[in-house]
Design a protein around this ligand. Sequence first.
Ligand code: CP
Length: 306
Amino acid sequence: MLSKKSILQVDDLEKEDVIKIMDTADSFTDISKREIKKVPILRGKAVVNLFFESSTRTRTSFEVAAKRLSADMINFSASTSSLKKGESIMDTLRTILAMQVDLVVVRHSDSGTVKMVDDLIDIPVINAGDGKHQHPTQALLDLYTIRSRFKECRGLKVAIVGDFLNSRVAASDILLFEKMGMDVSIVAPSMLLPEDCSGFKIYSCIDDVIESADIIYMLRMQFERQGRKFYPSIREYNRFFSLNRDRVGRMKESAVIMHPGPVNRGIEISDEVMGGTRSPYSSVIIEDQVTGGVAIRMAILYLILG
Ligand code: CP
């Protein structure tokens, strides 16, 4: 059990909840390595993926997690639903609830929509990313990836680099990382920072942190959430904020590179560092984040529905 029925933001989680989710994810990690990747823990439960905005990682990760626990997963995609014919979110919810489902996972491009859904219905709701607000399960899987790598999180130096202004991932990560005693800095151009940055350690070039950080967390440039052009040119951005071979070569030997995905190659991270189906650099742990994401979402579904 977790302290609250729903997970809408990192603030809903007590430190004990976070540790319980991490420990439960540890016990589920092995299931995904077996030949038969399925246990009957949530047999008979029905979970709905209610996605009003595009997603690859989060949607499929919740689907894989639910299926590995033997829950039924119903995928709702706004682009192929009756929303296109003018049906409201409220009526869409009424229809889905009438099918006797047990939990909904919601993504929406507007901040606050997931809270609105939670206010309207009695079953648990998980925020899979709402506008610029928060993406709490991303933060949990990021913490899990870091914990799996470093064992002890307290005192680790994390540099979060890029489009801080438009990032729900940064908003959730910072809250969670600081809750767990990590030392967080922001590296961003002034036009991609909120007006009030008091309380944050801010740097204006990735070179200021590249040699000292344990974790370089690259944020996606959120073009889809930027109402105007925020940076003069990609070349200029590359000069101060992007990861390339030279910068990776100057990182601590134990340091890692993370990104929530999807990566804009050549903007946040160069093609050379990204590589083909895998990066040539073992410090790039983007796929570990995805793998850990399945275990974390299995843990969350189990702790809420189990
Ligand atoms: N990290 C993340 O939320 O990716 P998707 O948009 O593919 O779900």
